[in-house]
Ligand binder design. Structure first.
Ligand code: SAH
Length: 348
């Protein structure tokens, strides 16, 4: 019989197991501390549990842990990890060190079911959702890596790796609970950003569920026709619905949304594009990150001139909307936004 992953059990199952094993229930808390506070991947490490209990646990349960057995380091210090999952699938996680921060960029799905034309991950079929512990493990492993390589713990987490986090809603929420809980990694939700293609129903659900992390939406165009032409998901979730859900998000959370926006030559580099974005931003408290395009080998997409970015910044700024120009990191190793496609990893 296949053993169950101990991290996929609920409290009742554990209580039943401990009762059956004649072990006091305070041991459950010790076990959970090892799992979620210390990031243990085996029962042998759990030194405050009696050896007999550790043996019983390992006979009944296992850890389907991730393994990072290959990584690449960029000239700018960015590290891209090939994360091997227990079933042989591979996703990528990225560690991005800057002067002030160390950011973990994590994946939420194996591949992606969306079809954003400018994104390399879109070329991979969506294989499956990641489990909460597989998301949690990416954070633990990057934190360790950050301490080893840069002598500091990670400070921020962004869900901007492979996959659409809001299409793996419950597992992402469960993972973030473990990451932020004092009985987990105790990382403030203020330091976590979930980035979505913009699914109105799920954005409203986030607000209703009272989440405390930040929300980023990949906008790229505030004109329906154009957005639909590069992000097919916009056809079923048009901008009016997106806007309405973001207004709801703000009403409930009082937190500004961040729009991610790439400017491409001949696509969204016109005055009408800038004005449309300005009007969109005026209708919901927001800020804009103008992110550099990372080429994925499709000639339709080419980074716009920097003077267009300046123009975006100037026109938005006049309305009090903060737009920051974000330089890309880890480009030389295909670790930048939209470049995650398991290209150079050993396991593919
Ligand atoms: N599915 C989520 C998170 C993954 S993508 C989302 O859509 O937000 C993280 C960010 O990178 C998104 O803003 C995405 O639009 C952007 N991106 C995708 N491909 C890119 C590329 N080639 N260059 C720059 N940014 C890209």
């Amino acid at each position: 019989m296949q053993k169950k992953d101990v991290r996929n059990t609920n409290r009742e199952e554990l209580e039943a197991f401990f009762k059956e094993a004649n072990e006091p229930s305070f041991r459950i808390n010790q076990l959970l501390e090892w799992i979620w506070e210390k990031g243990a991947h085996g029962f042998h490490d759990m030194s405050n549990l009696p050896l007999s209990l550790r043996t019983k646990l390992s006979e009944a349960f296992e850890f389907r842990a991730i393994a990072v057995n290959d990584y690449q380091k960029s000239e700018d210090g960015t590290i891209k990890n090939a994360v091997l999952l227990h079933d042989g699938n591979v996703v990528e996680s990225v560690l991005i060190p800057t002067e002030k921060r160390t950011t973990a960029c994590v994946s939420s799905q194996v591949g992606c079911s969306l079809d954003c034309h400018f994104c390399a991950t879109a070329l991979l079929k969506r294989m499956r959702n990641l489990n909460p512990d597989e998301i949690f493990d990416q954070v633990v492993s990057i934190d360790r890596q950050s301490k080893e390589q840069f002598n500091r713990p990670l400070s921020n987490i962004v869900f901007m790796g492979m996959g659409e986090p809001l299409l793996n809603y419950q597992n992402v929420i469960d993972a973030i609970d473990k990451i932020t809980s004092p009985k987990g990694l105790n990382i403030s939700p203020k330091r976590i950003t979930v980035s979505t293609v913009g699914l109105p129903k799920m954005i409203k659900k986030l607000a209703d569920d009272g989440v405390k992390f930040n929300l980023a939406v990949s906008l790229h165009s505030a004109i329906d026709e154009k957005r639909s032409s590069i992000m097919p998901i916009n056809r079923v979730n048009p901008l009016t619905d997106l806007l309405e859900s973001l207004q709801y998000w703000y009403k409930v959370t009082a937190r500004k949304v961040t729009f991610e926006y790439v400017v491409w030559k001949g696509l969204n580099d016109d005055l009408e594009d800038i004005l449309a974005l300005k009007e969109f931003c005026k209708r919901v408290p927001s800020k804009v990150n103008l992110i550099e395009y990372n080429a994925i080998g499709d000639s339709r997409f080419e980074q716009a001139d920097s003077r267009v970015l300046d123009e975006y910044q100037r026109i938005l700024g006049r309305e009090g909307i903060v737009a920051k120009i974000r330089r890309s990191r880890g480009k030389d190793i295909d670790a930048a936004c939209g470049q995650l496609a398991n290209k150079n990893s050993l396991n593919t």
